[in-house]
Every structure is written in C-alpha cells, then in structure tokens.
Write a new protein. Structure first.
Length: 263
C-alpha cells in the first residue's frame, strides 16, 4: 500500500496508459479522480476500480481548457481536501500526426501534437502545483516516448512534442522541487496491448507493407530484451515513482525504453 490515502488525478484516465496507472495506483490504496475528454471512457475505468474495492470518480474534463481543469481540481480539493499526485496520460490519435514525410507536412499538422501535448501538460502541472504548494508536497507526472530523443521517420511533430514535455519536466522541477513538489516523467517502450500502437502500425503499414508481427519485431529488435513493454510493467514503475520511496527522483524522465536509448 505504497500510495495509501494519496489523492490522485489522472488525466486521460480512460485511456490505455492512464487506465493502467489508475488501476495500479488504486491497488496501492490511492483515491482516484479520473479526468478524460469523454466521460464514458473514464467511467469504465472508475467502475473497474470500484469493483475491485478501490475508490475512483470520473469526470469529463478537457485538459486543453484552463477553466475546465481549474474547476475540476477545485472540485477534487472540495471533496478530498488536497491533491497529492497529478498524472498526465493524455494522448491524441496519430491519424493526423503520423505517416506524412516532413517535406509534405502542413504546418498545422506539424504543430498539432506540439501545441496539444505541451499545452495540456503545462496547464495540468501549473494548476495542480498551485494547490500542492500549500501542503509543501506533491508529485507531478507525465508520459512520453522514445521519439523525444530519436529521429524516427514519418512522425512529424510528435518527437518535438515529446521533447518539449521532457524539457518542461526539468524546468517545472527546478522551480517546484524547492517547494516540496517532485516532477518526474516516464518514457515507456511501445506497448502492444494498446490501440495507440495498433494505430501507429496501421498508419505505417501503408508505407512499409509490414505485418503486425513484423512491425513489433522491428521495434523489439532495438531493445536489449528483444521484446516490447507491457502495461503492467509501465504501471509498476509509475507506482514506485509516485510513491515516497522515490523521494530522490525529480527533474528527470525514467528511461523505460528497455535499452533502445542509452542514458
Ligand atoms: N501506447 C503506447 O504504446 C505508449 C507508449 C509510450 C508512451 N505512450 C504515451 O502515453 C500517452 C497515452 O497513450 P495511450 O496509449 O494511453 O493513449 P489512449 O489510449 O488513446 O488514451 C489517451 C487518453 O487521453 C485522453 N485525452 C485526449 N485528449 C484529451 C483532452 N484534451 N483532455 C482530456 N483527456 C484527453 C483520451 O480521452 P477520451 O478517451 O475521453 O477520448 C484518452 O483517454 C501518450 O502521451 C502516449 O504518447 C504510449
């Protein structure tokens, strides 16, 4: 029970990564508030958590809307008294982002992931930090991918968006850690259980002609373990990073690329 009684908001809590993190946090005793664009997705995860004996509420919150994020955080404070952990797991479909060579990419298409991921993370972190400062404690977390540090073709503005998040993690920590707030990211390897990876495959197979198995093998080949990641493996690390056991970790992104990227 490493997160017993911690009050947690997971943005994108109805998604694959956010849902797995929320379930794992709930198993460790946290009280969950799930926020997502569409209520139904977050509600399904909240119901799973409640059925397993945990505590979770769901709300429709657009993480790009400053007023909506602020109102929701205030409602969490009103109900639970504080916020201990804010976890940003939002993700947008790759359809409008991936698969187009940079020389053919429209400027709006290039900036869509940069504006979306950076804006959501900035708003969530800033508005949560304002509440955490009062308690001189808190953890702000986000999720990126290896695109932040690798030149991968046909990924448009996705890599710059992931790099922006990792840079923001460092800057947030530099300002907030003196006030007792840790800021940490996770950079997981691709997770085959998720629709996100299946969508990335669908987009690329039109260009490469690879099968789903060949696509996974091509990614796994670059890892030391010669395999990709599971949601459970990613969520286990998220639990540790959110817990007081990781009190020495801030201003950094945990490299979960399974050896693909050197530190
Ligand atoms: N899947 C992987 O293999 C993998 C690996 C490494 C890193 N990641 C990263 O993990 C993050 C999440 O990925 P995922 O696979 O979990 O994606 P996902 O299953 O599509 O989940 C994304 C979630 O974000 C929510 N969302 C999108 N825009 C939002 C907004 N404006 N306000 C509030 N919620 C919003 C969606 O809400 P609705 O459901 O309501 O639409 C959805 O629940 C992404 O940043 C991705 O890059 C994923």
């Amino acid at each position: 029970m490493s997160l017993k009684n911690k009050v947690v908001v997971v943005y994108g809590g109805g998604g694959a990564v956010g849902g797995a993190v929320a379930r794992a946090f709930a198993r460790e005793g946290a009280r969950l508030f799930l926020a997502g664009r569409r209520l139904g997705h977050s509600e399904a995860v909240a119901q799973d958590i409640a059925s397993a004996g945990g505590s979770a509420d769901a709300a429709a919150v657009d993480a790009l809307d400053e007023q909506a994020v602020d109102r929701h955080l205030q409602s969490v404070i009103d109900r639970a008294g504080r916020i201990d952990i804010a976890f940003n797991a939002i993700g947008i479909p790759g359809t409008n982002i991936l698969g187009v060579p940079l020389v053919e990419l429209q400027v709006e298409q290039f900036f869509l992931p940069i504006m979306t991921y950076a804006r959501a993370y900035f708003l969530i972190a800033r508005l949560a930090a304002r509440r955490m400062v009062a308690n001189h404690a808190g953890v702000i977390m986000t999720v990126t991918t290896q695109h932040s540090r690798m030149g991968l073709p046909l990924s448009g503005g996705y890599g710059p968006a992931m790099a922006a998040e990792e840079a923001l993690t460092r800057v947030l920590s530099a300002e907030l850690a003196p006030q007792g707030i840790r800021v940490v990211g996770l950079r997981p390897q691709a997770i085959p259980e998720t629709d996100t990876l299946k969508e990335a495959f669908e987009i690329r197979t039109k260009v490469t002609g690879m099968s789903w198995e060949q696509f996974q093998e091509s990614l796994a080949r670059n890892t030391h373990a010669r395999r990709l990641m599971t949601l459970a493996e990613m969520a286990n690390v998220a639990v540790f990073m959110a817990s007081d056991q990781a009190s020495g970790m801030t201003g950094t992104t945990v490299n979960l690329t399974m050896g693909t990227l050197d530190d």
